[in-house]
Design a protein around this ligand. Structure first.
Ligand code: ATP
Length: 234
């Protein structure tokens, strides 16, 4: 579904990610792990079209999208759940979902909204409430729901678990697992390595802008302390 070939990207002349290559199979969850500043967010921003590409290619189902504008990439079926949720706090739950739908308008707005409420019934109960007054977990649900309104084939999720209660992390990750079963492909940037390994099919570890480990989640678990070393955990 998604292929990165020798990707280099960054901010102006500053290169944050160097020579990164990986393949994300269709209908899988791919976890990008690594310490702060490793280049994980920059990598998904490159996939979304929000940072400068210095070299290499990004392919979506074989199509080279490296130079496509971010707005076109949404049209091709890529959506982002950004770090820190980035909701419109003065808008209601319903209005935030409407904004998500603008990214890729279709006549099926009501059906898309009901689908989101199916995954997150709590959002339905709070549909008239301002996003800024939701709990952290509810805000994360809304951020995922807003991205789903663009009907993505590929969902990029940045630091879902940050600041959330474990119960909420479980609920959101369970939903991603369900979406994966329904055919969605997910790239998950996550600090919570243990939970990422539970839900991911494949994982890679980045450090200082480079990819230093790649394997299946089962291989990473079996590697045990060696894998922890890659993550700088011991
Ligand atoms: P974190 O978990 O802390 O977000 P990360 O692995 O996602 O870490 P990035 O945010 O991609 O890492 O950062 C990679 C490098 O790019 C870091 O050296 C960071 O300082 C730099 N960087 C990130 N955003 C910008 C920016 N807007 N302008 C310049 N440099 C940036």
């Amino acid at each position: 579904m998604l292929k990165l070939e020798n990707l280099g990207c960054g901010y102006g002349a500053v290169e944050a990610v160097h020579d990164v290559s990986f393949d994300v199979p269709s209908g899988s969850i791919f976890a990008l792990l690594g310490p702060n500043g490793a280049g994980k967010t920059s990598t998904i921003m490159a996939i979304m079209g929000h940072v400068d590409i210095h070299g290499g290619r990004i392919l979506l189902e074989g199509e080279d999208i490296t130079r496509r504008r971010a707005v076109d990439r949404v049209g091709l079926g890529i959506a982002l759940v950004p770090e820190g949720r980035q909701l419109f706090s003065d808008l209601t739950v319903d209005e935030n979902l409407t904004v998500g739908g603008y990214a890729r308008p279709s006549a099926r707005d009501a059906a898309k909204r009901e689908r989101v409420f199916g995954y997150f019934p709590r959002l339905a109960e709070r549909r008239s409430q301002l996003a800024g007054s939701l709990s952290g977990g509810e805000q994360q649900m809304l951020a995922i729901g807003r991205a789903l309104m663009a009907e993505p084939r590929l969902l990029l999720v940045d630091e879902l678990s940050l600041g959330l209660m474990p119960k909420m992390v479980d609920l959101c990750l369970d939903t991603l697992t369900q979406l994966r079963r329904e055919g969605l492909t997910v790239v998950l940037v996550e600090q919570n390595t243990a939970r990422a390994l539970d839900v991911a099919d494949r994982v890679c570890v980045m450090s200082s802008g480079m990819l230093i480990y790649q394997g299946t989640a089962a291989e990473a678990k079996a590697a045990g302390s060696m894998f922890a070393t890659f993550l700088g955990m011991n």
